[in-house]
Design a protein around this ligand. Structure first.
Ligand SMILES: [Zn+2]
Length: 239
């Protein structure tokens, strides 16, 4: 016995003639037959078909759910991109621009160059920033890049890490990048390990920052003398 033979006969609403289940029009009078009975029975006999039909009903027309998913994903992606751009554009909290004075540090560095061991030195963040401003004022031209003018470099010290920040100007719009180092004095030498950075306020992982050091390459070469002399010093404390 197959399912088709078990199907109900279609009774014509007009003449009560019993038609075969396959018929669309009454074999006797030609009236259109009500086939909803057959459809209902067919679904009842095929649980798989019934389950599929119910699932489709639940999810709405085919692909609607999928379309929604992609629409939401695109929106989330756009929001993430905007968030990253805002983070990049936001100015970080940097030490205030310092008045350009000729500071003690320059003399200390001179001494380090001639006597090798100047003993432990201690500088405040303000002193370091004044020194950076003084030292880099004459090097601005060398630090300028096409479209990107060098504005200033800053140093901030917190929890054993030294963060060097750099402000550049693109068509008068400020761009900030910072790189952070853990500074340790061991065996009479000062060692610095990169612990990450930021572009604007967006954090950059140390691994990526190692490649990002290219951003600071000009600054490092502008401060080459200081870096070399710092290496000769026993210890420098920053507060
Ligand atoms: Zn009929």
């Amino acid at each position: 016995m197959t399912t088709t033979t078990t199907m109900t006969k279609l009774v014509c609403a007009e003449c009560r003639h019993e038609n075969e289940a396959e018929r669309i029009y009454c074999h006797n009078c030609g009236e259109r037959l009500d086939r909803s009975v057959v459809a209902a029975q067919k679904n009842a006999q095929d649980p798989q078909e019934e389950a599929r039909r119910r699932l489709q009903k639940m999810l709405g027309p085919p692909n609607r759910a999928r379309q929604n998913f992609f629409a939401v994903s695109k929106l989330a992606l756009a929001a993430a991109v905007v968030a990253v751009l805002v983070e990049i554009a936001l100015p970080p909290e940097l030490p205030e621009p310092t008045k350009i004075v000729s500071p003690q540090i320059d003399l200390d560095l001179e001494n380090a160059a001639s006597y090798r061991k100047p003993g432990p030195l201690e500088y405040s963040q303000d002193q370091i920033n004044a020194y950076l401003a003084y030292r880099l004022a004459s090097k601005k031209k060398a630090l300028n890049k096409p479209l990107l003018d060098f504005v200033r470099a800053t140093a901030s010290f917190r929890e054993g890490a030294c963060t060097i920040g750099m402000e550049r100007s693109l068509f008068g719009y400020s761009l900030f990048s910072r790189t952070s180092y853990r500074v340790e004095a061991s065996a009479g030498k000062i060692a610095a390990t990169n612990v990450g950075g930021w572009i604007g306020r967006m954090p950059v992982h140390p691994v990526i920052m190692r490649f990002g050091d290219i951003i600071f390459a000009d600054l490092w070469s502008a401060l080459d003398r200081e870096r070399k002399l710092l290496g000769k010093m026993d210890a420098v404390n920053f507060r």
